[in-house]
Design a protein. Sequence first.
Length: 182
Amino acid sequence: MKKCIAALTFLAVLLQAPVCAAPDAGTGAPEVSAQSAIVVEASTGAVLYEKDADTSRPMASTTKLMTALVAVEAGGLDEVVTVPRQAVGVEGSSVYLQEGEHITVRELIYATLLCSGNDATEALAYHCGDGERSAFVQMMNDKAAQLGLENTQFENPSGLPADGHYTTARELAEIGRAVSRD
């Protein structure tokens, strides 16, 4: 499942926007419009390129990488989730879950990563957090600490803007590497 998530994540990143245009004539480095960026070799973590990679920034929907990672590690991909009221009508992108609908953890992970479904992230959070969204967010922060991330903090499973919800390009790359392991 982790390899599938990694492949889907890579594909999603490729489809969202070009990473660079052409090399800068003066330095040979790629021109990157993002304020922060990093390119690492996945298996070793060797940095191939970086630009302001240690500045904390909002992480938006890339939050969903950690949501998926924590949900996968919680186990029970074939467990059936009953969608709670709190997951219905969540702000932002949605897969239009209905209260009481039955859906597997695996399907919710797909909806999270492929459709960026904020409602799917909430359903996962309530399910994996034993009915407590805050417990799942704590699991996300515990996983970040386990990965040695010191400049990453989660406040929700979807990436919707929130005070105290941030990461750096370098630490986001580490989350990506963790997703691709195994």
